[in-house]
Design a protein around this ligand. Structure first.
Ligand code: FEO
Length: 416
């Protein structure tokens, strides 16, 4: 966790934040480049804090120090607006409760139930529905919009009608630590914007992807608002070009149902190097069709990065041996997670080695059908023991066929 200073987003709206990098996000996802936990103070005659921070390792203390920096006393906060109750945004309430017990929480009806379940809070909860408002004075009216399942069922977004700032919490967020000296898109170089785009894609595939349909509905619901600034719970604040992150998210939503980019992700595992021999030929075949190829060996490669690459890929190659008459277990785990995140309708190809019998196909069918993945597989290449030269050549050919199918699908979707 690193220190951060308060900055002014726009007159009367302030960004408070702490970067965290020494944990697995949600206990699962690696964040070697960190993640920013953002809160916002909005000032009229009354003061609201929108979103909060986790309770890890000194983070609430950072928030309190930042309030002190801007000379806001905890006692001065009239409204604690909880857009989303997941503890990465609400864990600090435990520390806040020790300082002050009589604050007013603003959240959805479903949020009120979660506030009790996580924090035992049942008093002073003001519940809001879509279109409800709170007037902070000085012409600053906050409006609320329910955006369920982005990322939990209780989620709302808050909109400041004066500055036209949207506070959507998890939506439009990204991984990646944010420098307090440059937390705004108008302060960043193109390389830095590209970094956050990359981290937004991984964040989306890991955290939001399974909720792509609700995310599409949320974007449609918020569409009529005049949004000049997007201030999410994670990542940078978009002041110069808020449409950029909205359009990125529209693309990420569409990747769930495919086609995505003209990319193919090769996921492979090997016990004794037989299946491994097919990796280079399949990559060469794919590249000869002009697609971008991402390669992940399992179980070595972390599922967080596999999900990110599958999300942006129109095609997937699964290379694995049969193991105890079934699929190689790390592939079962990877495919199960990919299916649960709803990476649907991919073009796919499978190859791999078996010893005494096959059996991978049956389990592969079971997973893809159970998770309604609707992947379109071309004919697999299976070989007993080590692959022959002819089988390796066939894998190369299949790679090219898959690459061509991917290019065709992407072109058809873009109308070219
Ligand atoms: Fe950033 Fe779903 O919490």
């Amino acid at each position: 966790m690193s220190e951060n200073t308060v900055t002014e987003v726009v007159q009367g709206v302030y960004r408070l934040s702490a970067n965290v990098d020494n944990i697995l996000f949600e206990g699962i996802w690696p964040i070697p480049k960190g993640v920013a936990m953002n809160s916002y103070i909005v000032k009229g005659d009354k003061v609201a804090i929108i979103d909060g921070v986790c309770e890890w390792d000194g983070v609430p203390e950072t928030l309190f120090a930042q309030l002190e920096q801007m000379q806001v006393k905890v006692e001065d906060i009239d409204y604690v607006i909880l857009n989303h109750l997941e503890p990465d945004h609400t864990g600090w309430l435990n520390a806040f409760k020790k300082i002050r017990s009589d604050f007013t929480i603003v959240t959805s009806k479903k949020g009120a139930a979660v506030a009790e379940a996580f924090y035992g809070i049942t008093e002073n909860i003001h519940t809001v529905s879509s279109g409800d408002e709170i007037d902070l004075g000085q012409g600053r009216v906050l409006q609320f919009y329910e955006i369920p399942n982005v990322h939990w069922p209780e989620t709302i977004a808050t909109y400041d009608t004066r500055s036209k700032t949207l506070f959507p919490c998890d939506a439009f967020g990204s991984f990646g630590s944010v420098s307090s000296s440059a937390p705004y898109d108008d302060q960043l170089t193109q390389d830095e914007i590209d970094f956050f785009e990359d981290e937004a894609l991984r964040y989306y595939a890991n955290i939001v992807g399974a909720f792509s349909l609700p995310t599409r509905k949320a974007i449609e619901k918020l569409g009529p608002l005049d949004i000049q600034i997007i201030a999410p719970g994670h990542g940078i604040v978009w002041r110069k070009d808020p449409a950029k992150i909205v359009n990125d998210y529209i693309r990420y939503v569409s990747y769930s149902k495919g086609p995505a980019k003209p990319h193919v992700t090769v996921i492979w595992g090997s016990m004794y190097g037989m299946t491994e021999q097919g990796v280079q030929p399949v990559v060469e075949g794919l590249e000869s069709a002009g697609v971008t190829v991402h390669v992940h060996r399992i179980p070595e490669s972390n599922i967080s990065y596999i999900l990110k690459d599958v999300w942006q890929s129109t095609g997937v190659v699964l290379g694995m041996p049969t193991y105890e008459y079934k699929m190689f277990p790390p592939m079962v785990a990877a495919l199960d997670e990919i299916g649960k995140k709803k990476a649907l309708n991919r073009k796919a190809f499978r190859f791999g080695s078996y010893g005494w019998s096959g059996g991978a196909q049956k389990e592969l069918d079971e997973i893809t059908e159970r998770l309604k993945m609707n992947w379109d597989f071309i004919e697999p290449v299976e070989f007993k023991g080590a692959p022959s030269a002819a089988e390796l050549e066939l894998i190369r050919t299949r790679g090219r066929e898959l690459g061509e199918a991917v290019v065709q699908a992407v072109n058809a979707a873009s109308g070219s």
